[in-house]
Design a protein around this ligand. Structure first.
Ligand SMILES: *Cc1c(COP(=O)(O)O)cnc(C)c1O
Length: 395
């Protein structure tokens, strides 16, 4: 491959582009993780990460990708044979379900269309039937990265309460944390699973469990085997601003800087920025598809994602061929369609360290790609997006 001038546009919905400030913050000598300097770093990260989850309880930080934190949530709270209620929002919900099976849990998987978030009524109905409380946890994906559908977690909590069921609520926020509003405490979530490489603007390699008191209680009697993922040793060590094993020190430097940047912008402004870019992207896709060709995969406007938009191509066109045209001509990576959406869908990531002109560059690349790849579309989606970005009530 020859040199491609200018910056690569990494517009997949995670990993996202890492801002220079974070890269520079990580460019440090690795220090003694039991010395005084490290303790300051740990304290700053462990305290301030709580705000992003919306919790005053501990947040556990693992040197692992998001998949590790998925496993940690389950092995710390559940016992072999426990039933867990999960909902098929898409590829990531399906992977979490498979992981639960491999651990010896019994997932009950509510079928979904891969075109909306969780239907809280379906959760409520199943829990209401479960008079013996065989179901120990309800596990949902907040932002289903394969489809661009965001579940209303507050409604899932309300459904569990309406059924009067004691199950724990566990939520995967790997592609929403730091980009879509989230409230661990206020929404009554017991375990929130997060990752570093999407909304938090960091490289891959850190993941998180935010835990409720009820989840910590459950961990005292749960019987799934665990060692590396154990919360108790982490929480005990973290209280002294150390870790029970070597932490990913340089990623923590990056996290500390990312948290500072999010504080400077203000979390509510971060969320509003993501919603605005999502609205502009949808305006573009809706315009492009005006002649009945491309369409937004998410069918329920109440579940539109603030961090990515999945776009379905018309029958007979291959999304991976299209993405190749975009990569080769414009040096831009778009997300692929996952599992049953392979070849049918591409995904535009608009999360992380991202601004209006980066969005317009992205959408221009998408539109020029349609032209070069021979995908039917209506010209002017980029114009429609600019109108959203410059309209008085949006801007
Ligand atoms: C990316 C992602 C994962 C997987 O995380 P890894 O860091 O790849 O292990 C899980 N769930 C969701 C919703 C994701 O977006």
């Amino acid at each position: 491959m020859t040199y491609m001038p200018g910056r690569h546009f990494l517009q997949i919905p995670g990993p996202t582009n890492v801002p220079d400030r974070v890269l520079r913050a990580m460019d440090m000598p690795t220090i003694d993780h039991r010395g005084p300097e490290f303790k300051k770093l740990a304290e700053s990260c462990l305290t301030r990460i709580r705000d992003v989850f919306g919790t005053t309880n501990p947040v556990i930080i693992y040197p692992a990708s998001g998949t590790g934190a998925w496993e940690a949530a389950l092995v710390n709270t559940l016992s072999p044979g426990d039933h867990v209620l999960m909902y098929e929002t898409g590829h990531f919900a399906t992977l979490w379900k498979k992981l639960a099976e491999k651990l010896g849990l019994v997932p009950e998987f509510i079928a979904g269309s891969w075109r909306s978030g969780v239907d809280p009524a379906a959760i409520e109905a199943r829990l209401a039937e479960d008079k013996g409380h065989q179901i120990k946890a309800v596990c949902v994906v907040h932002n289903e990265t394969s489809t661009g559908c965001t579940t209303r977690v507050d409604e899932v909590r309300a459904a569990i309460n309406a059924a009067g069921h004691p199950a724990l609520l566990m939520v995967d926020t790997i592609s929403s944390l730091g980009s879509i509003k989230y409230e661990h405490d206020a929404w009554g979530v017991d375990v929130t699973v997060g990752g570093s490489q999407k909304g938090l603007m960091l490289p891959p390699g850190l993941s998180f469990n935010a835990v409720s008191d009820k989840a910590i209680e459950a961990s005292k009697t749960s019987k799934l085997p665990r060692s590396f993922w154990s919360w108790d040793e982490m929480i005990e060590a973290n209280a002294q601003n150390v870790f029970p094993f070597t932490p990913a020190t340089n990623l923590l430097y990056g996290l500390d800087e990312a948290l500072t940047m999010m504080n400077e912008e203000g979390l509510d402004n971060v969320y509003a920025r993501h919603q605005r870019h999502a609205a502009a992207t949808r305006a573009a896709v809706t315009h492009w598809g005006g002649n009945g060709s491309v369409e937004i995969l998410c069918e329920d406007p109440r579940h539109y994602s603030g961090s990515l938009t999945a776009v379905q191509l018309p029958e007979g066109y291959n999304a991976d061929d299209y993405r190749k045209v975009v990569l080769e001509n414009f040096n831009m990576s778009l997300g692929n369609g996952l599992s049953k959406l392979a070849g049918r869908v591409f995904r535009i990531g608009h999360l992380g360290d991202f601004n209006d002109l980066m969005l317009m560059g992205t959408l221009s690349g998408v539109e020029m790609g349609f032209e070069l790849a021979g995908i039917p579309y209506r010209k002017g989606g980029t114009q429609a997006a600019m109108e959203v970005l410059t309209s008085k009530d949006q801007a």
